[in-house]
Design a protein around this ligand. Structure first.
Ligand code: 3HC
Length: 313
């Protein structure tokens, strides 16, 4: 079949909202776009384990320790689902991890901010996972089958993550004055970096046009950011916390809140590697990868022996 026919079949599947599967023909640029996005999504999941992981040993109660432990383990699993989805596009785990470890690949800017207090763990669960859910629920309808199925699985666990964060913030916001102050401080520090998670403004997003055309994204960066703000303002009001944006105001005409743009120069600087924790995160990641070498070698040897026994049987 010539390329034109293959292209028509691909476009036809998209037009009928059918999933594109690994064995289907797809344009090289569609494959490259997905590889970039899914692998960076996976990197974000495993790097996201670090800022929360460093509070597991300092959680204020056994219950909060157990909940945080479960959440961090979930993030590791989300990374594995997503690396597996990316591998179906013709890359390897080693290639993707090498791109992360050598800073050729990105991960979400949000994880380059420090978690300074226990309230930060609440803010990360409530705001960061809340933003991630907003994005990932939309990605359940993405056109690439393995990515969509990974999102459906991940979204089920993300809602627990957001609830655990909101529970921590509720406890602090209705606690002692010092706890409420700690919760407000975390809100102040995490609000705008969370809005950056949705990506640059649509007008400056080089990937969005193709992402929408190929139904990889079903909503744009700005649309998701707006929906997140609309939903979160009421949650903050319930907590009695102030969103650190003097321009936040309900706009009846658009049935949504007007709000200040995040500091996009800061955003660009963080994704260039100059955020507060970029160096620390990559050092921790490289160290973990190195220390895990023996585990990977043992698993590979075991798998090889298993295969030899199956073939010999
Ligand atoms: N952090 C780092 N890089 C970012 C970014 C962010 N918050 N937002 C955008 N970028 C990068 C893009 O990767 C792109 O660079 P590249 O071409 O080198 O990859 C550039 O900035 C321009 O952005 P675009 O909007 O044009 O790029 P996309 O169309 O890919 O949109 C995105 C960016 C919205 C992040 C999209 O890639 C996406 O939806 N990715 C999947 C979701 C995801 O990765 N979420 C990250 C958080 S996961 C998480 O929080 C897990 C939770 O459980 C803890």
């Amino acid at each position: 079949m010539d390329n034109k026919t293959l292209e028509d079949i691909f476009e036809g599947k998209l037009a009928k909202n059918e999933m594109i599967e690994p064995k289907d023909w797809m344009p090289d640029n569609y494959r490259k776009h997905l590889l970039r996005q899914i692998s960076q999504h996976a990197h974000s999941e495993i790097i996201g384990m670090l800022p929360e992981g460093n509070w597991i040993s300092r959680a204020p109660s056994l219950r909060s320790k157990l909940v945080l432990l479960a959440k961090v383990q979930d993030e590791g699993g989300h990374g594995l689902y997503l690396y597996t989805a990316a591998e179906s596009l013709g890359t390897s785990r080693d290639e993707m991890l090498d791109a992360l470890h050598t800073q050729k690949a990105k991960y979400s800017s949000i994880f380059n901010y420090p978690t300074l207090t226990w309230a930060d763990i609440g803010a990360v669960g409530w705001l960061v996972d809340g933003a991630a859910i907003m994005n990932q629920v939309m990605l359940q309808r993405t056109s690439y089958g393995p990515y969509s199925r990974a999102m459906i699985r991940i979204c089920k666990e993300e809602s627990f993550h957001q609830r655990q964060g909101y529970e921590v913030m509720t406890h602090m916001a209705f606690g002692t004055p010092e706890q409420k102050e700690m919760a407000q401080d975390a809100m102040n520090r995490w609000w705008f970096p969370t809005l950056m998670m949705f990506g640059p403004p649509d007008i400056e997003s080089p990937n969005s046009e193709n992402a929408i055309k190929w139904r990889i994204k079903r909503e744009t960066n700005d649309q998701l950011r707006q929906r997140f703000v609309n939903q979160t303002v009421e949650q903050a009001e319930y907590l009695g916390l102030t969103i650190p944006d003097p321009n936040l105001k309900w706009n009846e005409a658009k049935k949504g809140y007007d709000f200040s743009e995040p500091n996009w120069a800061e955003f660009k600087n963080v994704i260039k590697g100059n955020g507060p924790c970029n160096k620390e995160r990559l050092e921790a990641r490289n160290k973990a990868h190195k220390n895990g070498e023996w585990v990977r070698a043992a698993a590979a040897a075991y798998g090889k022996k298993q295969m030899e026994e199956i073939l010999a049987a």
